[in-house]
Design a protein around this ligand. Structure first.
Ligand SMILES: Cc1ncc(COP(=O)(O)O)c(C=O)c1O
Length: 427
């Protein structure tokens, strides 16, 4: 095999394995629709368009237009003109917002890493790079939500300029409203919606702006099934000075080539989510609950049985008794079931990348492949066979996936078979 063949075969292997032979249950991933994928590859991928009000390049009339159109779609959904889609990822969106509001040495309040806080909001990530200090919110392990009373007391003592909600491990909505009502209105509330943006877009999780958030940061590729990227959305009445800072921190501050080729795919995904988002989000949450119940009935230690397990796309298992998150995630991968090992609130920061207590399961991608409650029950059975009975279920997974090869909740494309052939090797 020469080097070209090697590269082509790696791509074919990836497409075949992760797209058609695995149960993809990573809570931070998704698949784009066929139409979004079709427009992902375009001349835009080679171009620049450094700009704020005016482009600093020539040849950018369509680059400006596509960015404007996609922003309009986000504006339509969130009722605000303050939309920034150039950040290349959710982490970079957080960096831009922190840099726009805080100064080196400032303290802010955010969720603790092991209570699901994203690393970008901690000393190990963006916050550390910007020389900020984070003070963690209080978290109730039993309820898997922020301890509101203790956190209000903390905020009123620390008096930060900014508090950050939103987490990578998130079963239930954040108590934005209760906290907003009890703290100084000058404190900016940011909601990192990276994980739950698709559920929020589909009006099935929480409404951060109505509840009092000033700014939402997000990835565009987790429960929101768009191209990998980031976005910042602010309420329309956010002061113009802060919004201008956000735009200028984006460019010329942080982002120079903003990967324009993402935008047509982002626009198609936004249109699909305007049309199908509510149904999709509803099915995601139903699927997560069904999978959680099934796993619980098979004897797995699923978190929060007293709260119907979850109100998001995620299901959390405490697998300490089975050998820990690392061991279980690896064993599931041998069976073509892809999940994430995850720290649970009682773990230490060090456990997060070692052998943490938990695994995190996300059902959003398999929901897009058309799976519903019946299929969730079968997935629960496969977990039982693989983990409790120590049987190999790899062949069963491959067989099962054969019936789920078409993405739902999206516009139809012509020649779907050609599209599949293309993915499986028709270069
Ligand atoms: C809550 C949260 N914020 C931010 C990010 C970073 O997003 P990205 O990977 O788009 O930079 C993640 C990633 O998983 C996340 O879970």
């Amino acid at each position: 095999m020469n080097d070209i063949e090697r590269i082509l075969s790696i791509v074919r292997n990836q497409n075949k394995w992760r797209r058609f032979e695995c149960l993809n249950l990573v809570a931070s991933e998704n698949v784009m629709s066929p139409l979004a994928e079709r427009v992902y590859l375009s001349d835009f991928m080679s171009r620049y368009n450094e700009h704020n009000a005016e482009s600093h390049y020539q040849g950018t009339k369509y680059a400006m237009e596509i960015e404007r159109v996609v922003k309009e779609l986000f504006s339509r959904r969130f009722g605000t003109s303050k939309v920034e889609i150039r950040p290349l990822s959710g982490g970079i969106a957080n960096l831009i917002v922190y840099r726009s509001i805080l100064k080196p040495g400032d303290t802010f309040i955010s969720p603790k890493l092991t209570a699901g806080g994203h690393v970008s909001s901690t000393r190990y990530g963006v916050a550390g790079v910007l020389s900020l200090s984070e003070v963690p919110m209080f978290f109730d392990h039993e309820e898997m939500t922020i301890d509101v009373d203790k956190t209000i007391e903390l905020i009123n003592n620390v008096k930060p300029k900014l508090i950050m909600f939103g987490r990578s491990v998130i079963l239930f909505p954040e108590p934005i409203k209760e906290i907003r009502e009890a703290i100084d209105p000058k404190i900016k509330i940011i909601y990192d919606a990276a994980h739950v943006f698709g559920l929020i877009w589909g009006r099935k999780f929480q409404d951060p702006f109505a509840e009092g958030a000033d700014i939402v940061t997000t990835s565009t590729h987790k429960t929101f099934p768009g191209p990998q990227g980031g976005a910042i959305i602010a309420r329309d009445d956010l002061d113009d000075k802060t919004w201008r800072k956000i735009e200028f921190t984006t460019f010329p501050g942080v982002v120079y080539n903003h990967h324009i080729h993402r935008f047509p795919a982002l626009g198609i995904t936004a249109l699909e989510m305007l049309e199908f988002g509510e149904k999709y989000a509803e099915q995601v949450i139903r699927n997560a609950r069904t999978l959680a119940e099934t796993l619980f009935d098979y004897g797995f230690n699923v978190l929060c049985p007293h709260k119907e397990f979850t109100a998001s796309h995620q299901v959390l298992l405490d697998v300490r008794e089975l050998g820990g998150g690392r061991k279980i995630a690896e064993k599931l991968e041998e069976n073509n079931i892809i999940v994430t090992k995850i720290a649970l609130p009682w773990d230490s920061d060090k456990d997060a990348t070692g052998n943490p207590s938990g695994i995190r399961i996300g059902v959003q991608e398999m929901t897009r492949w058309g799976m519903k409650e019946e299929e969730m029950k079968y997935i629960g059975e496969l977990f039982h066979e693989a983990l409790n009975e120590n049987k190999s279920v790899r062949d069963k997974v491959i067989e099962f996936r054969k019936d789920f090869r078409e993405i739902k909740y999206c516009f139809e494309v012509e020649k779907y078979e050609d599209y599949l052939d293309g993915l499986l090797g028709g270069f």
